[in-house]
Design a protein around this ligand. Sequence first.
Ligand code: C2E
Ligand code: MG
Ligand code: MG
Ligand code: MG
Length: 280
Amino acid sequence: LDKLTTTLASYHDTLLAAEDDEEVVIGASTIRDAIALGEIEPWFQPQVEFANGKPVGVEALARWRRPDGRIVRPLHFIGLIEREGLVDALTDHMLQQACRHKREWDRTGLRLNLSVNVSPTTLALSAAADRFQRIVQHEGVDPSEVVIEITESSVMTDAARALGVLARLRLKGFGLSIDDFGTGYSSLAQLSQIPFTELKIDQGFVQGAHAQPRKRAVVEASLDLARKLDLKVVAEGVETVDDWQMLAVLGCGMAQGNLISQPVPPEQLQAALGRWRRPE
Ligand code: C2E
Ligand code: MG
Ligand code: MG
Ligand code: MG
């Protein structure tokens, strides 16, 4: 296996597993073309309020639609994109495309905030905040309707550097969300210094929390922290009615997960929301 890995690396290729678990070799030029050709596109997963079940936002999640029709998830290509220095191209493309879909929904009267994931390498570039502002404004979207998601672990690897870009984004009106909260070992001191507006509880703590006291304790502590720091809270990976009900009782703000809808291509979002019913 070592030898195979070395050989592949030397050809600048990487061995990837597609969603159907078939293995495909994706080269650097292929991924470069994929972005240029628009083969990578945002799918959307709704976020709804616990209080009334209403949709209030969508998270844009990258999907690679291969020429043979297969859909590949980010786990299988984000790493290669990072290594090839294409991550800013991906982020800009995702942000721009997502804004276009948001404007279409706006026009039909469906007002949704937009959440977009950003890689740590992007946060190291001080130009990122100006770029994001230009992109959203060019698409006719106000930064106050856009939430930038940063994983907890990525902020904390270089908190001082990330802080500069995050503070700039916040000043321009963007929302800032700590993604996968609970998995990144941030200290309370670090957290309170960064002007976050939202916290997303990692699905690892959400799933099964109704039956597992230790998970529930992490969820409760996260909600408590969010209240004290005046942050909105999204529980991610909500899959069951039991977990929904427990989170609702604990006073969590928003839910995202397969119970509501899986990530869907933009043209299927309205139908997915139409199927959704808040648990009694
Ligand atoms: P994330 O931001 O934490 O996104 C949530 C992931 O959980 C998504 O996986 C989503 O499909 C999945 N998920 C949502 N609800 C459920 C549920 O109820 N059950 C289960 N089992 N899973 C659920 P996905 O789409 O494969 O994305 C994986 C990660 O890739 C994302 O994690 C995010 O960190 C990253 N990512 C996605 N799109 C982009 C992008 O455009 N740029 C960057 N830099 N990263 C991205
Ligand atoms: Mg996210
Ligand atoms: Mg997340
Ligand atoms: Mg996650």
